[in-house]
Design a protein around this ligand. Structure first.
Ligand SMILES: [Zn+2]
Length: 172
């Protein structure tokens, strides 16, 4: 297992629409393990493959609290089957947009269909933080970021800040 670098704004790769995965094999399981280790080290509750530069439809999640036993989840080709009608407001962060938090209203419950680590079809009904995290990570697979929920003006301010940081880092 290895920790992989997480790409951040304004890297254009974050806007990629990730491609479906055709086969769940050992190579993919290695990527899952690396992504889990990267997510735990960050630390974060979810990570999409594109965030480590791999444009494939894979996300890993673990919403267990500190001190609780780990509950790693790997979702291959996740697809939302149903969204609940009740909405829930949550302040979200993103490992690819450090130090930015955005209040986002999303359905409070979600059912998702996916292939698991063994390539078996599975369905999961989620609520609370897990429901939010699943929707956030599936957004990544479609090139959508939390800043897209902001007004155009606020989004520009964030993007400009990250572009400036990137330029400063290059100049050093
Ligand atoms: Zn994110």
């Amino acid at each position: 297992m290895a920790i992989r670098p997480i790409i951040t704004l304004p890297d254009p790769a974050l806007r990629t629409v990730s491609a479906p995965i055709e086969r769940v094999d050992d190579e993919l399981r290695r990527l899952m393990d690396d992504m889990l280790e990267t997510m735990y080290a960050a630390p974060g509750v979810g990570l999409a493959a594109i965030q480590v530069g791999v444009p494939r439809r894979l996300v890993v999640l673990d919403v267990a609290e500190d001190g609780e036993e780990r509950q790693p989840l790997c979702l291959v080709n996740p697809e939302i089957v149903t969204l609940g009608s009740e909405m829930h407001l949550h302040e979200e962060g993103c490992l690819s947009i450090p130090d930015v938090r955005v209040e986002i209203e999303r359905p409070a419950t979600v059912t998702v269909r996916y292939l698991d680590r063994e390539g078996e079809r599975n369905e999961l009904a989620a609520e609370g933080l897990l429901a939010t995290a699943i929707q956030h990570e599936i957004n990544h697979l479609d090139g959508k970021l939390i800043i897209d929920f902001l007004s155009a003006l606020k989004r520009d301010i964030v993007v400009r800040k990250f572009k400036k940081q990137a330029r400063t880092a290059e100049a050093l």
